[in-house]
Ligand binder design. Structure first.
Ligand code: CU
Length: 366
């Protein structure tokens, strides 16, 4: 346990964990300085910034900038407010894409309009608590971290300030980085596979405190929400389970879109809790459940399992038009708590795959 003041200020001790041997730093800095650089502008999920699937040329340094934004966010149609903490203003934070062997160089900005210290732990990075020990920033500070993407796959990143990690994560501070193999994705036979589009679905569960009458409490500030939120979180029963920060975020005008014949890569993260994506009426042709592209993908999956604290990837070529529901197949969480998205697919119906042989009518006597 820690006091409110400690919660707000964080514990600065982590910043001293990692010191690097000076000689090595100079040698590597010279090597890295000779690499080409690319500055990428991140986009809000479910969209993903433009990228090559097969790397062109050798390793490079890929620069990203993310600003942390604390803000109230409406998370359902009933006006329930989450005092959220976000990477770049979205829940989840934006997806970054690089290739294995590239260097990720992130500038993490904590504007002075925020109340809290923050940092970032990349599951794709090696050492210093995934970078968390080197990126602690108070309001009004920024920091720059560079790490080498040595393993391919989809990996979660999340905020991890000492003493406050679960609160920051379940109020919005997680996202995904996808490290593609330099020669692109491969199927179970090692043959190249590619996608026409990619969508990033970040799943979050929220724990909104209730008042004595059972109504959700709308707190005035992030700090005010802390103590009651911790009590609700310790009960481990979420009030909302949502994709992309809000009940229905990926439905209606914001539904994901595809065409018959298009191959879509769905990247799905959950930084805190297990989940089980399922595309109703479709499949996962190739699924990297653990999200790690060095392993062959599973084929023809109906539902795939995403471990809390990880991101997985599923590749599917749409064969029929229509509105598909993309759900967490804990159906209570999908239908009652919010974890349902839609994929609207245009194209021609294939009646070889499915047809209604007889329309509904009176029961026939045989
Ligand atoms: Cu944070």
């Amino acid at each position: 346990m820690f006091t409110r003041r400690e919660a707000l200020l964080g514990v600065a001790g982590l910043a001293t964990v990692a010191t690097l041997p000076a000689m090595q730093v100079v040698a590597h800095a010279q090597e890295i300085a000779s690499l080409p650089r690319e500055r990428v502008t991140l986009v809000a999920p479910p969209h993903v910034h433009a990228h090559q699937q097969v790397a062109v040329g050798g390793p490079k340094v890929v620069e990203f900038v993310m600003a942390i934004e604390e803000k109230p966010v409406e998370i359902d149609d009933e006006g329930t407010i989450l005092q959220a903490m976000t990477f770049n203003g979205s829940i989840p934070g934006p997806m970054m894409v690089v290739h294995e062997g590239d260097y990720v160089e992130l500038t993490l900005v904590n504007p002075d309009t925020n109340e809290m210290p923050h940092n970032i732990d990349f599951h794709a990075a090696t050492g210093a608590l995934g970078g968390a020990a080197l990126t602690h920033v108070n309001p009004g500070e920024q920091v720059k971290l560079r790490f080498k993407a040595t393993r391919s796959g989809t990996f979660v990143y999340h905020c991890a300030p000492e003493g406050m990690i679960p609160w920051h994560v379940v109020t919005g501070m997680s996202g995904t980085i996808m490290v593609l193999p330099r020669d692109g994705l491969k199927n179970h036979k090692g043959e190249p596979v590619s996608y026409d589009k990619v969508y990033y679905v970040g799943e979050n569960e929220f724990y909104i405190p209730r008042d004595a009458d059972g109504n959700f409490v709308n707190f005035e500030t992030l700090g005010d929400s802390y103590a009651d939120s911790m009590v609700a979180m310790r009960g481990l029963i979420p009030t909302h389970v949502v994709f992309n920060g809000r009940v229905g975020a990926l439905t209606g005008d914001n539904a994901m879109k595809a065409e018959v014949g298009q191959t879509v890569l769905f990247v799905h993260s959950q930084a805190n809790r297990d989940t089980r994506p399922h595309l109703i009426g479709g499949h996962g042709d190739y699924v990297w459940e653990e999200g790690k592209f060095a392993n062959p993908p599973a084929r023809d999956l109906e539902t795939w399992f995403i471990r809390g604290g990880s991101a997985g990837a599923a590749l599917y070529t749409f064969l029929q038009p229509g509105v598909y529901a993309y759900v967490n197949h804990n159906l209570i969480e999908a239908a009652e708590l919010g974890a349902t998205a839609h994929v609207v697919v245009d194209g021609e119906w294939n009646d070889d795959l499915m047809t209604q042989v007889e329309a509904p009518g009176p029961i026939a006597t045989h």
